[in-house]
Every structure is written in structure tokens, then in C-alpha cells.
Ligand binder design. Structure first.
Ligand SMILES: [Zn+2]
Length: 424
């Protein structure tokens, strides 16, 4: 990447700073809370219109009914939309695809500004999704505009997409985009997911996720004669004890990968809901609990599920519970791609040129849409880089500094120029 090109991209991004902030403010003012999945069509039309204004060929996709079965009840009846903008360069390949999700988690309480006001105060843009991750979507689109404004013509093809439902698992967003063949290793050379993993960090992967519910069956009886019944709450207590004996050692293993924050560098298994009983003097016949287990890249979802079910089978065999049912909610393997590849080299080089120092490399504690591109699209050249900050995601008064947005846009624009080549 030559210094002259970087200087032109930087100057162009700086010149477009006010428009970028205003565009993000408008995007944040569209309430796309998920669940249930509000205003999705309005949001993709807003993004698509901007892409079209830059000369992109825009495709609007409505996810077919049969693919919506994975959605939870509260999202049923709300249509799911995707938008893909393609800016063809002078050559078909390589293709760089930038993708982000436009759904946001519900605003919740504790805000001192309107979460859907899109206010800009002291150089920061406020709103639900400011960090996670409408700033990423704004950066994808402005990366192209910055290049055009600087008079830089790309050789390869620049694709930008916005998908829904990442916050509820992504099957009906990025999952559909990949499975419908729009993002695979056959038609794409590089992919950057613009999630907020910090504007000076390149994220190579994420932990795996096993979300599940266990329902333990017992035998109802009078509370004064518990020996006539079988208490499934006791069964749940025994399960937790055995998790400590059998699984805890594996939870103490520190990953060799740089998962951040440091407290998430191990596997974490939490019981998150528990329900049982209806009356103080009755032994209940059922106890249900849900669990959130995050897996380091060294572990697999199948292994984790097997560990839990082995304990449950023992509890049945020993007569501690009558039976159980295991209901999967999300089962996603960890994702890790190689640091030693052209996409990462390009991001590092552009990051160094823009920031004046080396970018860091990390692994996300949660999961994101990267896994669909890598595992189902077969595209190893997929990483996460976006302008937002992880610590601000899902918080009250969520915001992004305009400085971070401009930095992210500049690095993405420079990386696109580096990977796709420019016409001199
Ligand atoms: Zn996100």
C-alpha cells in the first residue's frame, strides 16, 4: 500500500465525516429491535437506496417462509429481509464481501438519550446499535464512497450486504445468505464481517456456543412424604454437583488463542434459568433449567453435548430422576481462521498505515456470523473487523465516537484498495 494512496483515502474519509455521522444517525433512528424483528424492510430499503446512489447493483432478498422455522415464537409473522449491493470493478475477481447485521437487541432501560434518536453529542453518535453494529454497516457503505470521492477506481468487485437476526442466532440472516449461494468460496475471495471487536483489532474467530434446556422428570408427592415421590429439583442439584466434578477440569483449560476479555479465555458454563414447583407442600414432578455454555476453539459442541447427556443418563440409571429431555437452542462450533493469510496481512498493513501502530489480533468471546461464511460457505478468508467497540455493545447509552467510525472506514477502504487493486 503506497503512502500517497493512504493519504488520499484518509483525506477523503475526513471530508466525508459529517455525512457519515448523519447517515449513521438516520440508520439508528430506524428501530430494528430483535425480537421481534421490527422495520426490517424499511431498514434494508434505506441501506439499498444508499448503495444504489453509489452505483451498486442492489438485490433485495426476502427470506422464504420455509427457512423461518428456526425463529422463536415472538418473531413469527415478521418478514426477514436481506440486501446485497455489488459494485463491479473493471475485473470480476477478486471479490471482497463486507457484511453486517442490522438487527439490534431491545433498547432496555437506563438510557439518558433516545435510543432511536440517532443524536450526535460531543463527537459521538448515540443509539441502540451504534456500536453493535450499524456503525459497521455505515462503514461498509462509506468505505466505497470514500474511494469514489478520492477518485480511486477498483479493479476487483466490492460487495456489501446487510443481514438480519444475528442477535437471535443468524440462521435466518447470514445463514440464509450463505446457504442460498450468495456468499461462498466459489464466488467470493475475501469476507470481512464488520462486527464491533474494536477499531484497532482484527478478530480471527469466536468461541462456540451450546445453549440448551434440560427438563428433568420426577414423581409428584405430598411434601410431608417425600419418599413417595422423586424430586427433580434434587436431580438438578446433583447435575450441578457432577458438572463440577466431571466437566469443571475442562472449564479450567486456558485456550492457546487470544480470546478477549481474559476472563473468557476459558470455556464458561452457566445455568441461566431454572423453574420448578407450584406449591410449598408439594414435591414437583418436573424441573427445567437452561444453560449457556461457551466453548474455546479447542472444544466442540458435540463433545460438550455428550458430556451433559452422559451425566443425565447416569442420573436416570441411578434412579435420581425418572427421565429427562434435552432441547437444543443453539449449537455452534467455535470458529478460527489462519492468521497467516493475505486478507489478514492486508488489514494489518492498512491498519498500521492508518493508526501508526500495529493492530492487535483477538478471538471473540461470543459468536457471530463469521461461522456461516467459514463453516458453510467454505471461505477460510473470513475475518471480523469493524469500527465499533465490544465493551459498548448491548449497553445503555450505546454510542460510537465519530473518530472510531472514520478510522474504521479508512482502514476498510484502504484494505479494499489493497485486496482488489486500483487502476492507475
Ligand atoms: Zn453484533
Amino acid at each position: 500500500m503506497n503512502d500517497g494512496l493512504i493519504a488520499r483515502i484518509r483525506a477523503s474519509a475526513e471530508a466525508l465525516r459529517p455525512q457519515m455521522g448523519a447517515f449513521l444517525g438516520e440508520l439508528l433512528a430506524i428501530d430494528t429491535e430483535n425480537p421481534p424483528g421490527r422495520n426490517y424492510e424499511r431498514c434494508v430499503r434505506f441501506l439499498g437506496a444508499k448503495m444504489a446512489s453509489l452505483g451498486c447493483e442492489v438485490e433485495y432478498v426476502e427470506v422464504p417462509e420455509e427457512d423461518l422455522a428456526a425463529l422463536a415464537d415472538e418473531s413469527k409473522g415478521w418478514p426477514r429481509h436481506i440486501v446485497v449491493g455489488t459494485f463491479a470493478g473493471t475485473e470480476k475477481r477478486p471479490v471482497l464481501h463486507l457484511s453486517g447485521h442490522y438487527d439490534v437487541v431491545p433498547a432496555g432501560g437506563g438510557w439518558t438519550v433516545d435510543p432511536y434518536g440517532g443524536a450526535i453529542i460531543d463527537g459521538k453518535v448515540y443509539g441502540r446499535g451504534a456500536s453493535d453494529m450499524k456503525s459497521g454497516l455505515a462503514a461498509q457503505i462509506y468505505a466505497l464512497e470514500v474511494l469514489q470521492h478520492a477518485g480511486i477506481e477498483l479493479k476487483g468487485t466490492f460487495v456489501s450486504s446487510a443481514v438480519p437476526d444475528e442477535e437471535t442466532g443468524g440462521e435466518t440472516g447470514m445463514g440464509y445468505l450463505v446457504r442460498s449461494g450468495r456468499l461462498t468460496k466459489e464466488n467470493t475471495d475475501y469476507c470481512i464481517i464488520t462486527e464491533p471487536l474494536d477499531p484497532d483489532m482484527i478478530c480471527l474467530g469466536h468461541r462456540g456456543t451450546l445453549w440448551f434446556t434440560l427438563a428433568f422428570r420426577g414423581v409428584q408427592s405430598h411434601g410431608s412424604m417425600p419418599s413417595k415421590g422423586l424430586n427433580p429439583i434434587e436431580g438438578m442439584r446433583r447435575l450441578l454437583e457432577r458438572i463440577d466434578v466431571r466437566i469443571r477440569p475442562a472449564l479450567e483449560t486456558v485456550s492457546r488463542y487470544p480470546v478477549s476479555p481474559e476472563g473468557s479465555r476459558k470455556s464458561t458454563l452457566c445455568i441461566t434459568t431454572i423453574r420448578a414447583g407450584s406449591k410449598v407442600n408439594t414435591i414437583p414432578d418436573e424441573c427445567t433449567a437452561s444453560f449457556d455454555w461457551r466453548l474455546i476453539p479447542e472444544q466442540s459442541a458435540a463433545w460438550a453435548r455428550g458430556e451433559i447427556m452422559a451425566i443425565c443418563d447416569d442420573l436416570v440409571r441411578e434412579g435420581i430422576i425418572l427421565g429427562y429431555s434435552y432441547t437444543p437452542i443453539v449449537e455452534a462450533n467455535p470458529t478460527m481462521v489462519d492468521e497467516d493469510q493475505r486478507l489478514v496481512d492486508a488489514l494489518k498493513a492498512c491498519g498500521r498505515a492508518v493508526l501508526g501502530r500495529d493492530m492487535g489480533v483477538n478471538v471473540s468471546p461470543g459468536m457471530d456470523d463469521q461461522r456461516f461464511a467459514v463453516h458453510e460457505g467454505g471461505l477460510e478468508a473470513t475475518v471480523v473487523y469493524g469500527p465499533g467497540r465490544l465493551a459498548l455493545a448491548h449497553t445503555s447509552d450505546e454510542h460510537i465516537a465519530l473518530d472510531d467510525l472514520v478510522t474504521g472506514v479508512t482502514i476498510l477502504a484502504a484494505t479494499a484498495a489493497e485486496l482488489l487493486g486500483v487502476r492507475e
